[in-house]
Design a protein around this ligand. Structure first.
Ligand code: NI
Length: 200
């Protein structure tokens, strides 16, 4: 296995259409393993062959840690719903963008043994698979992004999100405290009423 050099966005190779894999040979398998090593080294969740200069229709993806998919000649055969979210790419370092993707996809692809398999992916995993499949047609996510932002802006956005969630939590806690106070008052009044009733 070997670490490969990841091409960056201005490289014209990233804009080319990759060719179909005719046969899953040892050479193809080695490239796929190199893709996994390189993807993990750079802490990516997916890496397509053209990103390392190999214009073949294949990619690897690891949407959750330890769950590696080897996709050769992948084809999206069904799409369902749409969802807008943030994504990045090892070929476009220091940036993120908001892209609309299908919520659910069905994909057929050859595995490392050259066997055809079908998969269903949802949410983030579906997003990763669509992003990587696009690379095979020379499409970068920045082509589809409704908005691009830097790493700093992404961190700021996440911090803001945390703050807003905190605000929500504080509001909830305040509401709970108010309810508890009300309940205590009601209990006291009920006690008082009961005592008064006993005196009579
Ligand atoms: Ni990418």
């Amino acid at each position: 296995m070997a670490l490969r050099n990841v091409l960056k966005d201005e490289d014209p190779i990233l804009r080319k259409k990759s060719r179909e894999v005719k046969e899953v040979t040892d050479r193809i398998r080695t490239t796929m393993k190199d893709l996994v090593e390189t993807m993990r080294f750079y802490r990516g969740v997916g890496l397509a062959a053209p990103q390392v200069g190999t214009l073949r229709r294949m990619f690897v993806a690891e949407p959750s840690p330890g769950e590696v998919y080897y996709m050769i000649n992948p084809e999206i055969i069904e799409e369902e719903g749409t969802v807008s979210d943030t994504e990045g790419c090892l070929s476009i370092p220091d940036f993120y963008g908001t892209v609309e993707r299908p919520e659910k996809v069905r994909i057929k692809a050859l595995d490392m043994n050259g066997e055809e398999r079908e998969y269903t992916f949802e949410g983030f995993a579906a997003r990763v698979m669509c992003h990587e499949t696009d690379h095979l047609d020379g499409i970068l996510y920045s082509d589809k992004a409704v908005e691009m932002h830097t790493v700093e802006q992404e961190l700021e956005r996440l911090n803001q999100k945390v703050k807003e969630e905190d605000k929500e939590r504080v509001k909830e806690e305040k509401e709970q405290a108010k309810q508890a106070k009300k309940a205590a008052k009601a209990a006291k009044e009920a006690e008082k009423a009961a005592a008064a009733a006993e005196e009579e």
